[in-house]
Design a protein. Sequence first.
Length: 387
Amino acid sequence: MYASLIRRERYGRPADAFRTEVVDVPPVGRNQVLVKVMAAGVNYNNVWAAQGYPLDVIAARQKQGATEDFHIGGSDLSGVVWATGEGVQQFRPGDEVVVLASTWDEHAEDIRLGADPATSASQRVWGYEENYGSFAQFAVVGEYQLHPKPARLSWAEAACYLATAATAYRQLFGWEPHAVRPGDPVLIWGGAGGLGSIAIQLVRHAGGVPVAVVSSAERGEFCVRLGAHGWIDRRDFDHWGRLPDATDQEAMAHWLKGARAFGRRFWEVLGERRAPRIVLEHSGQDTIPTSMYLCDNAGMVVICGGTTGYNGDVDLRFLWMRQKRLQGSHVASAREAREVSALIAQGHIDPCLSRTFGFEEVGLAHQLIHDNQHPPGNMAVLVNARR
Ligand SMILES: NC(=O)c1ccc[n+]([C@@H]2O[C@H](COP(=O)([O-])OP(=O)(O)OC[C@H]3O[C@@H](n4cnc5c(N)ncnc54)[C@H](OP(=O)(O)O)[C@@H]3O)[C@@H](O)[C@H]2O)c1
């Protein structure tokens, strides 16, 4: 099959890391399904895979015994079930499907003892930690990863949304009692991004009040069209990055001035002096101090990534005195994926397909994300489909 794949010697700029090659179609094991990929979604994780940082995904798999010296990325697809392995019961050849990127071992002891599979020690991300993702003519996935393709969507639309949508859904509704309630102000970093564009719509659908953070007026207007109450341009502030040492009073005062100004802007945009009950985080190092400061008393900052870095400084005084919660969140469960996909199938949430690429443009699509030059929303690559 043709695959747009990454090799270790090409790690670096995403535009150069992917190249189309011919490789064997992978074997289909028990409880697995071979899917003919019609279109693939583009996610941030293969920006990381292309760079070989923070994880060298090929070396990591080889350490676990894998023989392949290449990585086929792609953690979202729309496609057609082509063949089923022994034990597959719910799906048949010809079924049109989308795929949740989260994998786990259904026989893992923690799952058998009742753990949410998304939190299992066996949990991995298909098309990132696991090989044979969607940037190829065929992909192999576990049956439990499959969900029906929303009939109203084109192949490209159906391919672009599930990884970001399911992740945002879990962040906003998976961590009781901090699920979005009617009237809750919610701050959404990167409101025009993959996660953010879906998150705005989910908050609005639940009756919450989404406020987006963006880096251009064009992106801000995009967020408003999706249902954001308003937006903040992060370029108006300069207190980003790691916290100064807590004993450095002058530097701390400067940082606090910036964070307070950002908070005042939040009130202005919201139209009332309330803090966000939930802050949807993924930008990480540059923004987490502000997120923790701004979050309401007894509110939650829920984080699924660290685009700007992993050293997330937290002034613990804000955490304990104001009794806030800092919650990690990663992909989603099968139930969460099915629920958010149903909202999209019913037309309540737009998958926000922004741009569709040809198969030779997988590297270009990831380079645009890397450079933060991609259009608002989610992107897809055509594989076997024409649209
Ligand atoms: N753990 C999981 O399950 C999971 C799932 C999906 C994504 N993620 C992670 O979440 C992150 C975002 O993913 P995505 O698909 O939403 O990516 P995306 O489409 O690129 O959106 C991210 C947004 O972040 C904003 N941003 C960039 N630099 C920033 C900075 N210095 N400060 C604040 N905001 C900044 C950009 O918006 P503006 O420039 O307009 O502000 C950008 O649109 C990635 O790191 C990804 O790996 C994790």
